[in-house]
Write a protein that binds this ligand. Structure first.
Ligand SMILES: Nc1ncnc2c1ncn2[C@@H]1O[C@H](COP(=O)(O)OP(=O)(O)OP(=O)(O)O)[C@@H](O)[C@H]1O
Length: 298
């Protein structure tokens, strides 16, 4: 594997409390990698250590095979963190040009304005941009050096649907060019539609690692819903093999199961009174909640 990021047994302790707990991880180059987890799971701390902004209490971090603080490594990475601090006296284009000047092989100003959708804002003062536009400026600044690895911490918070769509397309195009994209997000649909690999952390430890579909398959699986006749009861549905949960919305029943093919066969064989049957994939959101739950139950 051509490794972009490597963490070996990394722990970070703040005032006696473990924020990251013995975490080992390798991220292959050219992947879109999403780090998910609830508030306080340790995502920002992990990213900060990968970027060399925080020092691990123990363990080692390698970025592009070297030390994250090494100037040659830094020239090849870009980061968009949660707060974008703009310089009050600079216009959008001037801010981007300032960041371009930090790098050996910057992308052109035109390209950066295009990928961030800020062409019409280039002569505005950076401080006058809306929250969503400032996030897009943050993205342009992170991409200024045409980085091999780009880190995006909650990148689309505050962006409207159109901006988010443009942003996703840009991210995919970067990955297609062999760039590595590391993203933390609370928008699970974002990880679902963008990421090649998802790692879920909770309390500083990895609790799941795989493609979005693997993670979904491992957990809640899929759902069958139908409008039920009067003879259908919760007890009889719950007793069917493989049913994890039964929910009702009026006369409409929703059954959660890891194997919906088998379940639908059973429902038909046993002649349940059903109309308007639908079979759907559970979202990553459900999978994520289920993982946290499983961990809590252990
Ligand atoms: N500078 C600090 N001093 C003390 N504790 C901290 C510090 N930074 C983070 N923590 C604690 O470490 C844990 C992990 O925090 P971290 O910010 O990495 O989580 P996160 O997954 O990024 O959360 P969020 O989704 O809310 O951004 C939390 O319990 C947090 O309170």
């Amino acid at each position: 594997m051509n490794v972009a990021i490597e963490l070996e047994r990394v722990t970070k302790i703040y005032k006696g409390k473990k924020a990251v707990d013995d975490l080992s991880l390798k991220v292959e180059r050219g992947t879109v990698f999403a780090l998910l987890g609830p508030n306080g799971a340790g995502k920002t701390t992990t990213i900060s250590m990968i970027l060399g902004m925080k020092q691990p209490t123990s363990g080692t971090v390698k970025l592009l095979g070297g030390d994250p603080k090494d100037i040659q490594v830094r020239d090849r990475i870009g980061a968009m963190l949660q707060d974008v601090n703009v310089i009050d006296s600079l216009k959008v284009a001037e801010t981007i040009n300032l960041f371009r000047s930090y790098y050996t092989k910057p992308q052109s100003l035109e390209q950066l304005l295009r990928i961030s959708g800020l062409e019409n804002e280039k002569d505005k003062m950076a401080s006058s941009l809306s929250g969503g536009q400032q996030r897009r400026l943050g993205f342009a600044l992170a991409a200024a050096g045409d980085p091999d690895i780009i880190f995006l911490d909650e990148p689309t918070v505050g962006m409207d649907v159109t901006s988010r769509q443009l942003f996703w397309e840009t991210i995919r195009a970067m990955a297609d060019k062999g760039r590595t994209v590391v993203l933390t997000t609370h928008y699970l649909e974002e990880a679902d539609s963008l990421a090649d690999r998802v790692v879920v952390i909770n309390e500083g430890k990895i609790i799941a690692d795989g493609t979005p579909s693997q993670i979904k398959a491992e957990t809640t699986g899929r759902v069958i819903s139908f409008t039920a006749g009067a003879s259908v009861t919760t007890d009889s549905l719950s007793a069917l093999p493989g049913v994890k949960k039964v929910e009702w919305n009026g006369h409409r029943a929703t059954l959660h199961s890891a194997d919906t093919d088998r379940l639908i066969t059973l429902l038909i064989e046993r002649r349940y009174e059903m109309r308007d049957i639908e079979i759907q994939s559970g979202g990553l959101d459900d999978a994520f909640q289920a993982l946290i739950q499983q961990k809590g139950d252990q």
